[in-house]
Ligand binder design. Structure first.
Ligand SMILES: [Zn+2]
Ligand SMILES: [Zn+2]
Length: 95
């Protein structure tokens, strides 16, 4: 059986790798057509620091403004939904 989600502990290089391959803020790009440099990786489904879901489908490259916007959303389920929506648009756009 294929493993889609890997739960890892401690330091992980996957978010940094993702950022390297996706250097532009993805919400800015897909929502507004703006090319803004991404500075960090947002985890669409958040978890406790030691049990994050480390998978490209759970990542979004974000600028500081977009990242702040995500984490200001309440309830957290709204933040997750918004992240998934953007990921879905990105995946559709990739074809
Ligand atoms: Zn942005
Ligand atoms: Zn985040």
């Amino acid at each position: 059986m294929m493993t889609f989600f890997k739960q890892t502990r401690g330091d992980n290089k996957q978010p940094a790798e993702y950022l390297k391959h996706n250097p532009l803020c993805e919400p800015c790009r897909i929502e507004n057509g703006i090319q803004e440099s991404a500075i960090e990786v947002h985890h669409i489904t958040p978890a406790k620091a030691k049990m994050k879901i480390e998978h490209i489908l759970n990542y979004l490259s974000v600028c500081r403004v977009c990242h702040f916007r995500f984490h200001s959303m309440r309830p957290v389920s709204a933040m997750i939904h918004r992240g998934m929506e953007i990921k879905y648009k990105l995946l559709q756009n990739a074809n």
